[in-house]
Design a protein around this ligand. Structure first.
Ligand code: URA
Length: 432
């Protein structure tokens, strides 16, 4: 291990044998944390080339179980978002892709910090469960075209150990380490084709477009080296996606979107992402044709019908979807209003995410309870004009004494006399 650390420290590319030795040795507990830490720091400084990064990913992916989806007929396609605020895309995109004949066998995560997670959103629908057995999972995808479950404990143990170590050794910020961490989990979950939604902006892990693009290119290259059709969209998290942030609030927005009444940015994202995924699934021969199919699945109601089929298959009570008024609402609603007239030039996405967490919608630490009714609904987005007193957002919570949230949320809005056009949501598409 000392030789391997030394070689990486001095800037050499490592061989398959050396990387394999490190991943296996560290996962098995034979390589101590102090050597792994030194190795990770050497990677942060010296980087890894595309081949090394692909080898690292392959070794991590094979450190635990990999999911065998071969009993599902056709091309299995998955989508992964690097995480954001108000990102309910999977609940809209999954049903739309499945309604058009796609097969989506997806493993999702839970929310942490200012970012939300699909599993928590699903569980806010009474009865809906995310712990299907492997048999149930495969049967459901074959029968209705989609299923979403949590990642099993046996997947990618190397990443679990390495990520925990990176977190406490200041070695998270490295493109090859982030790309291999994300892709090893995605590849282990077995789909043939993957669409990555790499977010940038104040609410995202990558703070600017150029960093997000580098990460996306590294992940697309890993997919190419390992024989999986991997594409990426670079999309904005400069303001929350859609209007709703918080679990039940986002489920309601997902339903409204599938009913044809979605916010502009969310509709744009699911249309583009769905178009790419249908092309990856070989259901259509161009992304444009795919986009048209997705738009039709919204307008003819087949996407919404698929959402209900999916929720029912996972045990959820679909009467809540047909009558959104049945969902519980938080007992306290704090309305936040503009104090000056002007154009909204910025909404601090991280600030909104952290405020929603404070209200009870998210977890400060893994294992914290969440309140599915809590969150924030925006009434205005970047580019909108407001008068003094115009409603900007409503903050929902079950907690008493949260009056301070008013200034927290108000402080997230920058209002100016000068107009700013809303920035483009989709900044780039990387096809490999
Ligand atoms: N998310 C991951 O899964 N891994 C990283 O390294 C960073 C973000």
């Amino acid at each position: 291990m000392v030789d391997i650390i030394e070689r990486k420290r001095d800037g050499y590319a490592l061989s398959e044998e050396e990387i394999g030795f490190f991943v296996k040795g560290y996962t098995d507990g034979e390589i101590p944390d102090y050597q792994a830490s030194a190795f990770l720091m050497a990677v942060v400084w010296r980087g890894m080339d595309e081949k090394e990064t692909a080898i690292l990913t392959d070794c991590m992916m094979h450190s635990g179980e990999t999911v065998d989806l071969s009993r599902i007929s056709g091309i299995k396609v998955d989508k992964h978002s690097t995480g954001g605020v108000g990102d309910k895309t999977s609940l809209v995109l999954g049903p739309l892709v499945a309604a058009c004949g796609g097969k989506l066998a997806k493993m999702s995560g839970r929310g942490l910090g200012h970012t939300g997670g699909t599993l928590d959103k699903m569980e806010s629908i009474p009865g809906c469960r995310v712990n299907l057995t492997e048999g149930e999972f495969i049967e459901q995808v074959n029968r209705i075209g989609m299923a979403i479950i949590g990642q099993t404990a046996e997947i990618d143990p190397a990443d679990k150990k390495l990520y925990a170590l990176r977190d406490v050794t200041a070695t998270v910020e490295s493109i090859p380490l982030i790309a291999s961490s994300i892709m090893s989990k995605k590849l282990a979950s077995g789909s043939d084709a993957i669409l990555l939604d790499v977010k940038y902006g104040s609410g995202a892990f990558m703070k600017n477009v150029s960093e997000a693009k580098k990460l996306a290119e590294a992940m697309v290259s890993i997919g190419k080296h390992l024989g999986r059709d991997t594409r990426a969209l670079i999309t904005s998290m400069e303001e929350p996606l859609g209007m709703a942030v918080g679990n039940i609030l986002e489920v309601k927005e997902a339903v409204e979107t599938l009913e044809g009444n979605g916010p502009r940015d969310l509709v744009e994202l699911v249309t583009k992402a769905g178009g790419v995924m249908l092309e990856q699934s070989r259901i259509v021969s161009s992304i444009g044709e795919g986009e048209a199919r997705i738009a039709k699945a919204i307008s003819d109601g087949s996407g919404y019908a698929k959402l209900k089929e999916f929720v029912a298959a996972q045990g959820g009570d679909v009467s809540y979807l047909d009558d959104l008024g049945k969902f519980r609402t938080a007992p306290y609603a704090h309305e936040v209003r503009a104090e000056t007239p002007g154009y909204i030039t910025r909404i601090d996405c991280l600030g909104i995410g952290l405020s929603a967490m404070k209200l009870g919608a998210g977890r400060a630490e893994l294992g914290d309870e969440i309140d599915p009714t809590a969150g924030i609904v925006l009434n205005k987005k970047v580019g909108d004009y407001v008068e003094e007193g115009t409603l900007l957002a409503t903050a929902y919570t079950s907690k008493e004494g949260m009056e301070g949230i008013y200034s927290d949320v108000l402080g997230c809005f920058v209002i100016s006399r000068k107009k700013r056009v809303a920035p483009a949501l989709i900044r780039d598409y990387i096809a490999g």
